[in-house]
Design a protein. Sequence first.
Length: 98
Amino acid sequence: MTALTLAEVKLHLRVDSDAEDALIAQYMAAAHDQVEQFLDRLVPWGITSALPDGEYPAAVRSGELLIIGDLYRNRETNSEPGTALYQLLFPYRVGLGV
């Protein structure tokens, strides 16, 4: 599950009420799943990496926030992920081959 907290995500979305907490939690789970699929790895990755277990690089955290924001703001449309998202996540992708 994501290392982002509901409070952190609501701050990012500029949401003050608790009325949409369940919806936001659903978007958090979907964004986390999308990041793991794109990176082709579980996030956070283990203690064998340069990062301590349980931490996300700032770029990956920001990528999740971008996805959540897009899902929240465009809930009735099908939008294409932006270039910023790919620039944040691409360096952490594995299994690309040659």
